[in-house]
Ligand binder design. Sequence first.
Ligand SMILES: Cc1cc2nc3c(=O)[nH]c(=O)nc-3n(C[C@H](O)[C@H](O)[C@H](O)COP(=O)(O)OP(=O)(O)OC[C@H]3O[C@@H](n4cnc5c(N)ncnc54)[C@H](O)[C@@H]3O)c2cc1C
Length: 294
Amino acid sequence: MLRDLPKVRGEYIFNYDFRGSSFLHVGGRCDVMFFPTDRNDLIGFLRNRPSNLEVTVIGNTSNTIVLDRGIRGCVINLSRHVDRIEFRLPVAIVEAGALLPDFISLSVMYSVSSCERLYGIPGTIGGAIAMNAGIPGFEISDVLVSADLVDHDGHETSVTAQELNMRYRNGNIPGNSIVISATLKAHSAMEVDLGGIIKEATIRRLRSQPAGATCGSAFKNSPNMKAWELIKASGCDQLSVGDAIVSEKHCNFLMNAGNAKASDFVGLIETIKRRVFEATGVLLEEEIKIIGER
Ligand SMILES: Cc1cc2nc3c(=O)[nH]c(=O)nc-3n(C[C@H](O)[C@H](O)[C@H](O)COP(=O)(O)OP(=O)(O)OC[C@H]3O[C@@H](n4cnc5c(N)ncnc54)[C@H](O)[C@@H]3O)c2cc1C
């Protein structure tokens, strides 16, 4: 199957190791990682790939645990090359592999207001849309105009933000679709204190979030209580499984204290869910995505 991979302009890396590259420093290997050079390279790959080749898309893995047995088939990664950012005010066209922090930094440099309130979220634009990344009171859906998608067979579509009907930490991307690029609202920021917003976001994150090998919030907030409040109230704020630990600084952040395996994180997540349910009757839902061979 891997011998029948289509000819592409981008790179294939076989036996790609996630432990060395993923945000949590865990995970096995995937059979092959594909870094397309541009959208046509990606579409050509999808149209010509062997029909039995499984395809998975990742962004920057800042919200993803790759399991220890790795991922079968091909993982598509747009972050190396499919990352163009173009300002055409009142919008910006941003390719899915561009990093959200890079887009925000460039916007600030050009005095453009768009997603600056999301400063500090470390993923790609594709990941931010798939997750509807946000902070209290602002989500990327607030500035999304439309997204260009391609399915695993290479069929392209464009959807408006209204059609996607994005929800809390759920971009509602139709099954099997890959975000290739997004059109985001972007306007001249003469009257917006961009520097002040970035400074405030930085201070808030430094104060409340741990640095190091983490993946952001492990669980979604429930309608009536924040996930960290439920975790603390259930006595899970000092739990660990192997080297997978609950952060001392923010108990909805899990961290790799050294040599954790993905299975340690899965064990920790299951233990927290069970204890929180027993203590409060609330079944926490993971915000983190867990991918790979079980
Ligand atoms: C320190 C820290 C702080 C964080 N703070 C926040 C925060 O304040 N708010 C917040 O919302 N999140 C936060 N996160 C979580 C994370 O950064 C976001 O969810 C981010 O948007 C994920 O982007 P990514 O590119 O890393 O996606 P990944 O983790 O690689 O993927 C996440 C999901 O998106 C899908 N995906 C990725 N790219 C595409 C694509 N092109 N097309 C279709 N699907 C795709 C993947 O298949 C997967 O299901 C934080 C994480 C860290 C480490």
